[in-house]
Structure formats: structure tokens, C-alpha cells
Design a protein around this ligand. Structure first.
Ligand code: UD1
Ligand code: UDP
Length: 383
């Protein structure tokens, strides 16, 4: 069972179908696609965007100079989970039928991932799951991502676990050790690729985000479905109170395009002088913003992984996280959506902060910038 988990159908080159649909998948697969391109003698990917996201995805593809071979254009305004899932399974099924890849590579926990893994399974194709084995153990948090990950995991042949903890979670579920490789998270590869470039572009980003040069900066993101409604409202109320308590601090909030986020956030926070609601930031700008921030308040998965490299304090607006490594290392803290707790913890961090100085990026529990190389080497060793 060590040398034939992936089998090229024609010739010597492995032809993986690489599928992504949302902003974080594109950021985390871009370094892997580049690595495949560097091994073009042995591996020839078919790059497929489901278009689950549109503007937020296209921003990323432009930055990393990736042009998908196929774009399924699946996004609909205010799409339902079931509707998107159905469109995605059917469309990816058609792509597999037409292109006959050797395997399907997916990353993370979105609808695109779950539906593409199912389409591969129906074709009896091996699935390579990048960022495998993250678990909270609760199907309701994050929702529906915990479900998506477990479904993808059930039909995965090569599990690329970012950490020892995620490897152990897979072994505990009965996955054979030979099918798990601890690779690190490709999000750190992407960050290493971009951070020095964006630091060098400081003047450009300072003129675009003058408020980010204030003495104290809090960067905010939020889009989790389990926080829609009351949770999001409580976060907004906490921000209003924080803005009043810390009038010199600038709060920068790139607002996600999901209408269930954009509508309520603008309704609650527009007009407050030191809260800046801006459109989703391009990835390089967002990296630069994290590098400026004293505190990041977020429910994002990817941001929890990136922020420790940039040494900004992270408060996670979730009750549970499938990425506990940063919490265990004292680099992040769960605050849920408790208004009073958010106000207390952000205030405490702002009072402790001496202002940020740029740090060298190192010692990140999620990776060392070599994940894409390890994944590629492992795939090739299995073909
Ligand atoms: C999705 C993922 C979530 C991931 C997040 C990353 C699922 C179920 N959810 O959440 O796991 O953390 O992406 O950001 O897979 N929209 C636009 N333009 C865009 C993107 C979204 O207008 O570029 C709007 C559309 O109205 C769309 C809605 O947002 O219907 C929801 O998009 P969807 O991908 O279903 O969910 P997200 O909340 O973005
Ligand atoms: N990000 C970005 N612009 C933003 C907010 C986030 O480019 O305005 C990046 C961030 O650096 C990280 C990724 O998007 O790499 C995280 O995506 P998101 O929070 O949408 O999804 P999640 O990681 O929670 O699935």
C-alpha cells in the first residue's frame, strides 16, 4: 500500500483535477498550483474554479497570476447551501466525466470541497484533501464546515494534515497512518510569498488605508454562518462600545460580501467615526493590514493561522475552534460572541500594547512555508 495510491491513467504525468471555489481555498491552493507548475515534467494539473465566490475569488487569482482552465460560475446572490451543493456536485461530475483526471485535489471545508469530494467518490477517483483532520467534534460549530470536512475525509485517499494534532484526529477516526502526511498548512507558504513584498509596498498601502497608521489599530473580520443574527449583532454592539471607549483607536472592518453579513454590519456600524467599513481587502492588502494591527478580532479560519506569524494578538469570535494550536500556544484566545467579554479583552490588549513593530515571521504552529513542496513530493511518491 505504499506506492500506488494514485495512478496516472495515461503516460507518466499525474493529472490531478484541482478544484476551489472561495477566497480562502484559492489563497491556500495557489502555492500548491505553483509547486505543481514547477514539477511540470511529472504533474499536469487541471485547474477548476467552481466560482462559489466571484469578486472575492477573482481578487486572489489575479494576485497569484492563476487562470483556471475551467470556471463553472456557480455563485448566485444569497445562494442556499443545498442549491449550491446540488449545482456543484453536478457540475464537477461533468468536469470529471469530460477530463478524466487521475485524482481530485480539494482544500479545506467549504461546499465546493464537500461536493467535489462526493463527485470524485462517485467516479471512484482518489481524493487528496489539503488541510485535512481539523475537528471541533461538534457538527454545529463551525456550521456547516465541520460536516463538510468530515464528508470529504470519509472519501479521501491522501490526507494532508497541517499539524500533528490534525494527524492524530484522523488516526483516531481509523484512517491508516500510511494515508496521512503532516505537511504544514499551505496558508503559511502563501504568507511567506507575500509578506515581504507587501512590507516593501508600505507607501502604497499607507495611502490607501491612512487610518491603519494610527497608534492603535484593531482589524475585524466576521462571516461565520453560526454567528448570523444574534452573534453578529453582539459583535457589532461590542465594536460600537469599544469605539466609544477608545476614540483614538481605529477599527478597520473589511466587510464580507455575504448579504447576511454586509446588510446587518452596515446597518449597525455605519456612521461611527473611528470604525471604517471597507470592502473585502485584496489578499496582499489584508496581509499588510494584519501586519499593522495591534489586535485582530475575527471568526475566520485562515486569519487565525496567519496572525501568529505576524505576532498580532488574535481574539476569536467563536465558542470552539478546530485550530486550537494557536490558543494552546497563547497566541489566540476564544471570546465567542459575548459582547461584554469582547469589550473587556480588546480593551485589555489595547492597554497592554506598545504599538506594533514589524516582526520576522517564524515559529508558526501551522507551518513553515514548505507545505506545498511536501504535498507535491508525497503525491508523486504515491503515483
Ligand atoms: C463561504 C464558505 C465558508 C468560508 C467562506 C470564506 C460554505 C458553506 N461557506 O462562506 O466556509 O469560510 O466562504 O469567505 O462553503 N458573495 C458575493 N461575492 C463573492 C462572495 C460571496 O456576492 O465574491 C455573496 C453572494 O451573495 C453569495 C453569498 O455571499 O451567495 C454567500 O456565499 P457562500 O460562498 O455561499 O458563503 P460564504 O458565507 O461566503
Ligand atoms: N482575507 C483577505 N481579505 C479580507 C479578509 C481576509 O484576503 O478582507 C484573507 C485572509 O488573509 C485569509 C483568508 O482571506 O487568508 C481567510 O478567508 P475567510 O476569512 O473568508 O475564510 P475562512 O478562512 O474563515 O474559511
Amino acid at each position: 500500500m505504499t506506492s500506488s495510491l494514485l495512478q496516472p491513467r495515461n503516460g507518466d504525468r499525474l493529472r490531478p483535477l484541482v478544484v476551489f471555489g472561495t477566497r480562502p481555498e484559492a489563497i491556500k491552493l495557489a502555492p500548491l498550483i505553483r509547486q505543481f507548475q514547477q514539477n511540470s515534467g511529472q504533474i499536469s494539473p487541471i485547474v477548476c474554479s467552481t466560482g462559489q465566490h466571484r469578486e472575492m475569488l477573482d481578487q486572489v487569482l489575479g494576485y497569484f497570476s492563476i487562470t483556471p482552465d475551467l470556471d463553472l460560475g456557480l455563485m448566485r446572490p444569497g445562494q442556499s447551501l443545498a442549491g449550491l451543493t446540488a449545482r456543484c456536485i453536478e457540475s464537477v461530475d461533468g468536469v470529471i466525466e469530460q477530463h478524466q483526471p487521475d485524482c481530485v485535489v480539494v482544500q479545506g471545508d467549504t461546499t465546493t470541497v464537500m461536493a467535489s469530494a462526493m463527485a470524485a467518490f462517485y467516479h471512484r477517483l482518489p481524493v487528496v484533501h489539503v488541510e485535512a483532520g481539523l475537528r471541533t467534534g461538534d457538527l454545529g460549530a463551525p456550521w456547516p464546515e465541520e460536516f463538510n470536512r468530515r464528508v470529504a475525509g470519509l472519501v479521501t485517499t491522501l490526507h494532508c494534515a497541517p499539524t500533528q494534532r490534525s494527524r492524530q484526529a484522523l488516526l483516531d477516526e481509523g484512517v491508516p497512518d500510511s494515508q496521512v502526511c503532516v505537511t504544514g498548512n499551505t496558508v503559511i507558504d502563501a504568507l511567506f510569498w507575500s509578506v515581504e513584498k507587501e512590507r516593501a509596498d508600505d507607501t502604497r498601502w499607507r495611502s490607501k488605508y491612512p487610518m491603519a497608521t494610527a497608534d492603535r489599530v484593531v482589524l475585524v473580520t466576521g462571516h461565520r454562518r453560526e454567528n448570523f443574527g444574534g452573534g453578529l449583532e453582539a459583535i457589532c454592539q461590542a465594536l460600537l462600545e469599544l469605539a466609544r471607549l477608545h476614540p483614538e483607536t481605529q477599527f478597520i472592518y473589511p466587510v464580507h460580501l455575504n448579504p447576511n453579513v454586509k446588510g446587518p454590519v452596515h446597518a449597525a456600524l455605519s456612521g461611527c467615526e473611528n470604525i471604517h467599513l471597507v470592502p473585502p481587502a485584496q489578499y496582499p492588502e489584508f496581509v499588510w493590514l494584519m501586519d499593522q494591527a495591534d489586535v485582530v478580532l475575527t471568526d475566520s479560519g485562515g486569519v487565525q493561522e496567519e496572525a501568529p506569524s505576524l505576532k498580532c494578538a488574535v481574539l476569536v469570535t467563536r465558542d470552539k475552534t478546530e485550530r486550537p494550536e494557536a490558543v494552546d500556544a497563547g497566541l489566540a484566545e476564544l471570546v465567542g460572541t459575548d459582547r461584554e467579554l469582547i469589550v473587556r479583552r480588546v480593551s485589555a490588549l489595547l492597554e497592554q500594547s506598545n504599538g506594533r513593530s514589524q516582526q520576522s515571521i517564524q515559529d508558526n504552529p501551522y507551518g513553515d512555508g514548505q507545505a506545498s513542496r511536501r504535498i507535491t513530493d508525497w503525491m508523486l511518491s504515491q503515483s
